[in-house]
Design a protein around this ligand. Structure first.
Ligand code: ADP
Ligand code: ZN
Length: 435
């Protein structure tokens, strides 16, 4: 089912005409109201009127998280403060927080796109939606909440924490949809089992998981463990919050970016040049309708590719591929580029390993070292030591073969790696401590 049939199925020419109109409009708004942008435009010698086609987006300046930090808290707001009805801040995974302001219309649009997203995952007004994303300055909780209410579903605003109690609530209230980070979903599932609640016995049928990178292998694992369809939702505070892009249940292949509100581009993160559809690079987003803090060519640091081919679900909006992680998450180990998700995929291919893992980077005698700690299942843990050692050796060999780096793999006892209620801490980089 589609939440907004007309907008979600607009023919490509109409999407592009709408985007161009809105792009010109947002350029005019920031040029007139945000001194930072006026300066950026002037430095490049470009004026809003120079945007005559969508391709002209290339003429516009980029913006990035650091610009928001430099103008903390309100410096990039484009409307008078009286028009702002809510503030959110990014969770600060990669440094000092940034603050974003929303007008009433921004919140309406956000709820609408979150509703589209949930419905693309298969949520309807008959569902009971358990929202275990954190509520607060983080956009996850209120974002999913607004979308579910907009559809007319029943929302349980559980937020993060008290996991065993949450498992009880899910059972007692008959949750059919769970919204949270993929790692917290696994934690809730474990907490449930500890108190005798198996997700397979609940009416739960859909998971709406996002806010951090995860892999196809992890999806398969979670779908099996929980008896659900595990769907991928993407968003970021700077642009709006969860619901900027979402997978559809029909294809489960790529996330539709709601193009009537966001203009996506993929660039080479080093040169800043636009890359053609299909090529992997950094996702850049321009907000087309946002009033509070519109952003022009915002560099997300997230790596993906764009696909404009038609989707079997009937939606015409372009799809981004499952996010490969952030450019900031890339580890350089003795000159080799490594993403945590590549290691995750390799781990998940082995029977008996859980998705609870951590990567410890250190520097010993001026040499980078990489250690992968991964928890094993209870059954595997009960097995012979020799078998576990063989598995360690095999994993080390696989990682060396596929990623080209030597690692030490340590199989850990079940439940020995700290659980997160929000985004998982995958990388512990001890090298930076030396500085
Ligand atoms: P922070 O940058 O402090 O983590 P946010 O809470 O706004 O701020 O998180 C947004 C970021 O979370 C995105 O830029 C992206 O890196 C990550 N993210 C969100 N959804 C997904 C997803 N489905 N897959 C991978 N990464 C995601
Ligand atoms: Zn689709």
């Amino acid at each position: 089912m589609l939440f907004n049939v007309r907008q979600e199925t607009l023919p490509r020419e109409e999407i592009e005409a709408l985007q161009l109109r809105r792009l010109r409009n947002v350029c005019e708004r920031v040029y007139a109201n945000v001194p930072f942008y006026r300066k950026q435009f002037e430095a490049l010698g470009v004026r809003p009127a120079d945007v005559k086609s969508l391709a002209d987006v290339k003429l516009l300046p980029f913006s990035e998280k650091q610009d928001l930090r430099n103008h903390y808290p309100y410096g990039l707001f484009a409307v008078p403060k009286d028009n702002i009805v809510r503030l959110h801040a990014s969770s600060g995974t990669t440094g000092k927080a940034v603050v974003l302001g929303y007008t009433a219309r921004d919140l309406e649009i956000w709820s609408e796109i979150a509703a589209r997203s949930l419905m693309a995952a298969g949520v309807t007004r008959s569902d009971i939606v358990h929202v275990a994303y954190g509520y607060g300055l983080f956009t996850g909780g209120l974002g999913a909440h607004g979308g579910a209410e907009c559809i007319g579903a029943t929302v349980v605003p559980a937020s993060g924490g008290a996991s065993r109690r949450q498992a009880h609530l899910m059972r007692d209230f008959g949750a059919t949809v769970l919204c949270c980070t993929p790692t917290y979903a696994l934690h809730l599932w474990e907490a449930g089992l500890e108190v005798g609640i198996d997700f397979h016995d609940l009416p739960l049928r859909v998971g709406v998981f996002g806010a951090e990178p995860w892999t196809e292998a992890m999806r398969r694992d979670m779908e099996e463990k929980m008896g659900i369809d595990a769907m991928n939702i993407y968003g970021l505070t700077e642009i709006m919050g969860p619901g900027v892009a979402m997978e559809c249940a029909a294809s489960k292949c790529g996330l539709h970016v709601w193009e009537d509100h966001f203009l996506p581009e993929i660039i080479d993160p080093v040169t800043g040049e636009q890359l053609p559809p299909g090529e992997t690079g950094e996702l850049v987003l321009t907000t087309l309708t946002k009033e509070g803090v519109p952003l022009i060519r915002f560099r997300t640091r997230d790596l993906t590719s764009l696909d404009y081919s038609p989707c079997i679900c009937g939606r015409t909006h372009a799809r981004i591929a499952r996010l490969r992680g952030r450019t900031d998450d890339m580890l350089i180990i003795r000159g080799v580029n490594v993403f945590p998700q590549q290691i995750e995929s390799l781990l998940m291919e082995s029977e008996g390993l859980t998705p609870n893992y951590q990567i410890i980077v250190d520097r010993v005698d001026n040499l980078d070292t990489l250690e992968v700690r991964v928890e094993v299942s209870d059954t595997l843990f009960a097995d012979e030591i020799r078998k576990l050692q063989m598995l360690e050796t095999r994993l080390q060999k696989n990682i060396k073969e596929f990623l080209g780096v030597s690692t030490k793999v340590r199989l850990m006892e079940p439940h020995s790696i700290a659980r997160s209620e929000g985004k998982a801490l995958r990388i512990v980089d001890n090298r930076s401590k030396e500085l």
